[in-house]
Design a protein around this ligand. Structure first.
Ligand code: F6P
Length: 747
């Protein structure tokens, strides 16, 4: 189809040219042959009249019946239809029976004289009769005054029309055959030329050796680099931004689009009472990656889990997002209930999740779940391979749902650059070793070009696990694992959030948020507000958090009746019994605290157990005096960073578990051990008492850090590292070719 589109301009010019040639050829041919035929007829007429000269002479002045017989003899020639003998004065002496009345001797000789006056030595005409076209020729006869006159012969020209029609048909046929042939030749030529050009161009762009395009590519690349570095220079004055990330893609990776593989989709279409609604799931992964995709464009491959997801995709299971400002494509992959149960709830969330988090929940490993995990990884890997647009794409594989996918993608696309990011902690080798499929998981991940974790500690744990369980060489200097010709670089890339957060555009300023939230929750205007925002998950330490709040009231009586803690808890993985049990325990703990410390209309704890859209969450961050993140173990925890981003008033205190990745960056938070209830409750109390200047100083410093180390920088660093890997692979690949060897020998 594309080939036809490309060839269409050539074809149109070619066909119009051929048609013009055919029309011109037709006119030229008929004109020339007609002229020949006329000359031929004139000659034949003269010959016929000359050969009957004696008989004409004899009967001219006498027997007109004999003269008519002579004329009839002349018309025996099959092409001469009729004849007439006329005197010089234009009187008809005799004529054959079929001589047309339209051509009187007088009128014909008059015309002849006019022509003779113009210097013409012969005369003829081709008028149309109802019976068809004819040709008239006039031959002068007689040498005495009495015998002078003219013989008019009428020739049948219908055969000429038939010949013209045959010529026209032959020319039309030739035009048709030539057109079809030329079109085919053009199409084939365009296709080969295009393929040749694109291969050459691609080779030139990827530095695959000398090509005809090199001078052009050099110019284009220089221009792109100049534009990119101008953009980057502009952006460097400030922070990493979508523009700078885009510029990085252009400068280092020639603007290649990315394909993301992540289980959770950034947009979920749910059918509700008011029709189809778009939901933004509560997920750190989505918080981090969605802005990156907006900036880079490309495809996000994810599980289609919403009740209206199927209704909103096209024939290829894709939908353009974000709704209303479409900039990338979301490809949904459908799972059966059994697949979702085994792969997502079973192996990923009852096996790997508790295995990787030190939160005292026993992992459950079932072979049937693992089988589903393998099959689903394969399905998603195939979907990724369908979405790429080259044989060396950049694929970003996300999280513990897809430990096997990197190798599966690598098997199908050996030249792909696969960047895998593990969003949760990686446990020490001893702990990881309890997984029955530890070797398979590790070697699946080693299909990646780059494997990222939040912290150096998690990188070390992974490398120790490789060392303990799979055959490989570990390059400790370069933090890489080498298996045969393949190398996986293992590096820390602490994930972050977008800066500025686009959701804040829909959220009112702090004073208004404070007033709104206090009004909505029925709190006093001067109530002190604490907030926790999580998925309802046992790793988040929600029970420990509530226990710490309880201790605030027990140990700091002046806060009773003044302090209210709002827990936003998004229901999560509710098909798993342990999550349902947690939800019940949290509900009971809230009831317990409220029973102990409420008075009148005052509620010490408000539990909001439902999905909240991001704008609502940011409104609550802005309204709070303190945010408590109490995870028992967390790869990063982006709630901590979101709270900081929300507080453009430089107020509010973050109390943060030491067991989160975020605690390494946000050192101005009040860092606590969530198991130590005395320490945590004192931290909450001192947060509520903290002077405004100290709050501002801490918040300013954390805002500086989060703004600088934002998610565009996170993605940008991985992409720059990927570009460096690609460059090295290209160079070493080139050196391995015969031309590379010559280049080296010549060097
Ligand atoms: O922490 C890793 C992570 O993938 C987060 O991005 C997200 O909060 C959670 O795990 C996954 O949640 P879900 O199972 O709802 O996709």
């Amino acid at each position: 189809m594309g080939g036809l589109r490309r060839a269409l301009p050539f074809l149109s010019v070619l066909l119009v040219g051929l048609a013009l040639l055919a029309v011109a050829g037709y006119f030229l041919l008929t004109h020339t042959t007609n002229k020949w035929f006329e000359a031929d007829l004139a000659l034949r007429s003269r010959l016929a009249v000359v050969s009957a000269r004696q008989s004409l002479k004899r009967n001219w002045g006498g027997d007109h019946a004999k003269l008519a017989e002579t004329l009839a003899d002349i018309t025996r020639d099959e092409r001469i239809m009729s004849a007439a003998a006329c005197t010089e004065a234009g009187e008809r002496l005799a004529a054959t029976s079929s001589y047309p009345a339209e051509f009187s001797c007088h009128s014909v000789l008059e015309r002849m004289r006019e022509e003779a006056a113009r210097g013409a030595d012969s005369w003829s005409m081709n008028p149309d009769l109802p019976s068809g076209r004819v040709h008239l020729s006039v031959t002068l006869v007689g040498d005495t005054e009495e015998s002078r006159g003219a013989v008019i012969l009428v020739h049948d020209l219908s055969y000429l029309s038939r010949r013209e029609a045959t010529t026209r048909n032959l020319l039309l046929l030739a035009f048709f055959v030539l057109s079809v042939g030329a079109s085919l030749v053009t199409l084939v030529a365009v296709r080969f030329a295009w393929e040749g050009w694109t291969t050459e161009l691609r080779r030139a762009l990827t530095g695959g050796g000398p090509t005809e395009f090199q001078p052009l590519v050099r110019d284009v690349r220089a221009l792109a680099e100049r534009l990119a570095s101008e953009q980057e220079r502009e952006a460097r004055g400030g922070l990493w931004s979508p523009a700078r990330l885009r510029a990085t893609l252009t400068q280092y990776l020639q603007g290649e689009r990315v394909v993301i593989l992540a289980n959770r989709a950034p947009y979920i279409h749910e059918r509700g009472d008011d029709g189809v609604q778009v939901l933004h799931p509560a997920s750190g992964l989505v918080t981090a990656l969605e802005p990156v995709m907006r900036a880079c464009s490309g495809v996000w491959v994810a599980h289609g889990s919403g009740s209206a997801d199927r209704e909103t995709v096209d024939a290829h299971d894709c939908v353009l997002v974000p709704p209303g400002e479409e900039s990338y494509s979301l490809r949904r992959v459908w799972l059966s209930e059994a697949e979702e149960q085994g792969y997502y709830y079973g192996f990923a969330n009852e096996g790997l999740w508790p295995l990787c988090h030190v939160a005292h929940t026993r992992p459950d490993f079932r072979a049937e779940d693992y089988d589903h995990y393998v099959a689903v990884n394969r399905r998603f890997a195939a979907a990724v391979c369908e979405e790429v647009d080259s044989d060396d794409p950049i694929v970003l594989v996300q999280d513990y749902h897809f430990a096997l996918a990197p190798r599966m993608i690598r098997e199908r696309l050996p030249r792909a650059t696969i960047i895998t990011f593990w969003h949760i902690p990686w446990p020490n080798a001893e702990r990881f070793g309890i997984c029955p499929w530890r070797d398979e998981l590790i070697s699946g991940l080693l299909g990646s070009s780059i494997l990222g974790f939040h912290t150096q500690q998690h990188c070390n744990n992974f490398i120790d696990s490789v060392d303990a369980f799979v055959e490989s060489r570990i390059d400790r200097e370069a933090n890489a694992v080498v298996q045969g010709a393949r190398r996986t670089v293992v590096r820390p890339y602490p994930v972050s959030i977008e800066w500025p957060v686009h959701w804040l555009g829909d959220v009112p300023p702090v004073a208004e948020c404070r007033a709104q939230v206090r009004r909505d929750l029925g709190l006093a205007d001067d109530a002190l507000l604490g907030v926790g925002v999580d998925r309802l998950d046992y790793t988040k330490g929600i029970e420990e958090r509530l226990a710490a709040v309880d201790q605030v009231f027990a140990r700091h009586p002046e806060l009773r009746g003044r302090f209210t803690f709002v827990q936003i808890a998004a229901p999560s993985r509710t098909k798993i019994a342990k999550y349902r049990a947690l939800s019940d325990r949290v509900e009971a703990a809230v009831a317990d605290i409220n029973a102990r410390w409420s008075s009148g209309g005052y509620r010490p704890v408000v539990l909001l157990r439902s999905h909240h859209e991001p704008a609502e969450v940011f409104r609550t961050y802005r309204a709070a005096e303190v945010c408590y993140v109490s995870s028992l173990h967390d790869g990063m925890n982006l709630v901590a960073k979101e709270f900081v981003a929300a507080r453009d008033d430089e107020r509010g205190v973050l109390v943060l578990s030491q067991f989160t990745g975020a605690a390494r960056d946000l050192t101005e938070a009040l860092i606590v051990n969530p198991y130590d209830l005395r320490q945590a409750s004192d931290a909450l109390a001192s947060a509520l008492r903290m002077p405004a200047e100290e709050q501002a100083e801490r918040m300013r410093s954390m805002r500086r850090l989060v703004s600088e180390f934002n998610v565009y920088r996170w993605a940008g660093r991985m992409l720059v590292d990927a570009a460096e890997l690609r460059r090295r692979e290209r160079v070493s690949g080139r050196l391995a070719t015969p031309s590379g060897r010559i280049a080296r020998e010549g060097a």
